[in-house]
Design a protein around this ligand. Structure first.
Ligand code: SOE
Length: 383
């Protein structure tokens, strides 16, 4: 039986608010620990929406002012699921109040803000984490294990893409609830911060730091009606982004993300080519890790498909779920992240990505926008 409580105050009620709340509800059932997660309060400016969200997910109470939420003594952890332009102020206030912080990605609007956030949590010594959830899809975690075991040898290439198509319609407005991702003032960037950030986080985790990059961005729809002003305004986000780059280990990076790939809703894929072996993964088939191992006997050498659904308890996280062979979904990545966060509290070794880890991704994001603007190669800043 858990002897401690982790009392969560959730700020925001959108898609990510739901994904995180689902994880908080699942974690104790599948990953028992010393901590019982208590959904203490949901916070949103709109009282009716906050109440509806709280009722649906089982939060005990409602706040409409995030400062009041942070000041509450019965809250241990603040979960930031707001648009990106609020991450910094909320995180710094929460850290000063001694709260743990779980912040939605990307960490911040830019690296300068990210640095302030890192300084705040490290000064306050509060546990902190950023929701780069794809690391914790079991097949992706297995890829990490295989790389750490040296099975790929020297890595030559890392290529990744994240494709969607939901903003092709030029009549879609920008700004406000649900559409803040199109408003540069709220989001900081477009697909780079929203989608490519996931690819970069996974890449840095699997393959180490990105040293330098050359990027190209495009805004296909130049003006959209703004929901907050009612006027047609210039669009300031990147609709699509491509970059090439070099990792510190000498391997080459090739990344792409867009919201204009008709037919793709969330196609996140990566492939890694090493001297001894290659790995490939596709979110649409999230349990499958493809591997080509050159040391396999010649006549049966080829791409093999590892279905990561337990294999005698050797597949990450899977032994905690159903019985071997049965699948889990996208939502499990968030549950695993909460489970690891709690393990971090228990062991004192924080689960990544911490704010400091996520600062590295933020630095790559800044370099992308700099490079796209200047048409120059850009060195990625150090944290
Ligand atoms: C955008 O459509 C979005 O919801 C991102 O914000 C998420 O981070 C990504 O995982 C799925 O797509």
């Amino acid at each position: 039986m858990p002897s401690k409580e982790l009392r969560v105050g959730m700020i925001g009620y959108g898609f990510m608010g739901r994904a995180h709340s689902n994880a908080y509800k699942q974690v104790g059932q599948f990953f028992p620990s010393d901590y019982r997660v208590v959904l203490k309060a949901a916070c949103a400016r709109d009282a009716a929406k906050a109440k509806e969200f709280a009722d649906q997910w089982g939060y005990e109470s409602v706040e409409t002012d995030w400062k009041k939420l942070i000041a509450r003594p019965d809250i241990d952890a603040i979960d930031i699921c707001t648009p990106n332009n609020l991450h910094k102020e909320i995180a710094i206030t929460a850290a000063a109040a001694g709260k743990m912080i779980l912040c939605e990605k990307p960490l911040a609007m830019n690296v300068a803000e990210g640095r302030e956030m890192v300084a705040a949590v490290e000064r306050a010594k509060v546990p902190n984490m950023v929701w780069y959830n794809y690391r914790r899809i079991p097949a992706v975690t297995l890829a990490k294990k295989l790389i750490e075991e040296g099975r790929l040898g020297k890595i030559f290439h890392y290529r990744a893409k994240f494709l969607q198509d939901w903003t092709i319609n030029a009549d879609l407005p920008q700004g406000g609830q649900g559409l803040w991702r199109l408003d540069v003032a709220a989001a900081g960037s477009g697909v780079s911060g929203d989608l490519l950030a996931h690819c970069i986080d996974t890449a840095v985790w699997l393959n180490g730091s990105v040293e330098s990059i050359s990027a190209l961005t495009e805004t296909f729809v130049k003006e959209r009606k703004h929901n907050l002003t009612g006027k047609v305004e210039p669009v300031g986000i990147d609709d699509a982004c491509i970059f090439m780059g070099k990792f510190s280990n000498g391997s080459l990076a090739n990344f792409e993300s867009t919201r204009y790939a008709r037919g793709h809703k969330a196609q996140y894929t990566f492939e890694i080519n090493g001297e001894k072996a290659s790995l490939a993964w596709d979110l649409h088939d999230l349990h499958r890790l493809q591997m080509f191992d050159y040391k396999d006997e010649g006549k049966i050498r080829g791409w093999k498909s590892i279905h990561v659904t337990d294999n005698g308890g050797e597949h990450p996280y899977m032994d905690k779920w159903w019985v071997p062979g049965l699948a889990v979904g996208y939502d499990c990545s968030f549950t695993h992240q909460v489970a690891d966060f709690i393990t971090g509290l228990e062991t004192g070794t924080p689960a990544g990505p911490t704010f400091r880890d996520a600062l590295e991704t933020q630095a790559v994001l800044d370099a992308i926008l700099d490079s796209a603007k200047s048409h120059q190669w850009v060195q990625v800043a150090k944290g």
